[in-house]
Ligand binder design. Sequence first.
Ligand code: SF4
Length: 425
Amino acid sequence: MSRILYEDNWLSVADPAEADALIVNTCGFIVPAKKEAINAILELSDFKQPQGKACHLVVTGCLSQRYAAEIRDQLPEVDAVLGTADYGKIATLLRRLAGGEACYDMPGQPGSLAHLMVSRRPSTPASYAYIKIAEGCSNRCAYCAIPSIRGPLRSRPMEEIVEEAARLAADGYGELILIAQDTGRYGLDLYGRRRLPELLLAICKIKDLRLLRVLYTYSDGITDELLDVMRREPKIAHYLDMPIQHGSDAVLERMNRKDRAADIRATVARIRAALPDVVLRTTVMVGFPGETAEDFEAMLDLLRDMRFDRLGCFVFSPEEGTPAWSMRPRVHHKTAAQREKRLLASQQLIATEKARERIGQVVAVTLESVEDRGIFYVGRSYGEAPEVDPLIYVAAASDDLHLGQTCNVRLADADAYEMTGVTVL
Ligand code: SF4
């Protein structure tokens, strides 16, 4: 959207009071995300008509795909919505609104990939950019509304992704991050087989690329072929984000997940055997309907054994239209919150130990912000994905460092939330 608007001569402004149009790009797959999106809409609606200036408020993304009629009926401040496959229409929509047209169209079924095909203008800092390699999901996890919001898996053609990657790398985005709902399934719909390893090899040939990272790979997609490519190709980060969701077989079955605890253990062992320096991230859920104290203990045991470097935890959110919506018994929200707290406390110890194991290592760190110019910078190595993982605070051993630079840093201290290091000359 940002690229399309830029090409249509719209400029982004920092102060919403100066805007002629306000766009809230929403997430809408669980209750906390919906609340956050609605708060953002309400906050921005205050800026719609400062000093009588007309300004339009547009809601895009998953919330508007899922709840377009409710937004129209309950949020009269909103002038128009766009669904998840309609991003390409944003400039036309704003022009129609500016021309005084009423354009409250209901989003169609998600099906098109057109919104991924435009050459994007990344909204990330200059050192990295995301590339979405597929849209939608054909896994049917019982708690998840994403397949109904975003449609079934649709992979983008490999040549198109490689072309986008080359363009971004040439524009100075040294780190590219491949995302999809489940990157491991890339190609299954379009080519009849998983083609993530081939895609990685093709992108790694791009001369200007420094680091390639893949996120959200479900364990059945972490094949030996993928691990072999990751081991052989120096540009690929030894980093995997493998959401496991639970550690109890009974809960995994009710969640309609393909893996059981033994599969998860085997996959983690295979990954670590292939990539001894891998940094592993996962996501789990507490409070799924029917989760007993024993199920929860089974998950804790699995996590203690697997010792993931990083972990995100969600509390189950009942979503209309999913099989889990009607599953009973629901876990009391206080019990779920206590379990989340216990799980995060246990993980904090593991994450601290794992981080401290890295002390003394020399890693390539890209500097992304500055705390104190010439003295202290903040950056990431292959082991830290943006926005979710700890940052590395870098003490400069020389005063000629600059943002965007990648330098060798000896890690000197670490805890679960941050690491510090000194540049090695
Ligand atoms: S794989 Fe992810 S996006 Fe797909 S249904 Fe399961 S949780 Fe949802």
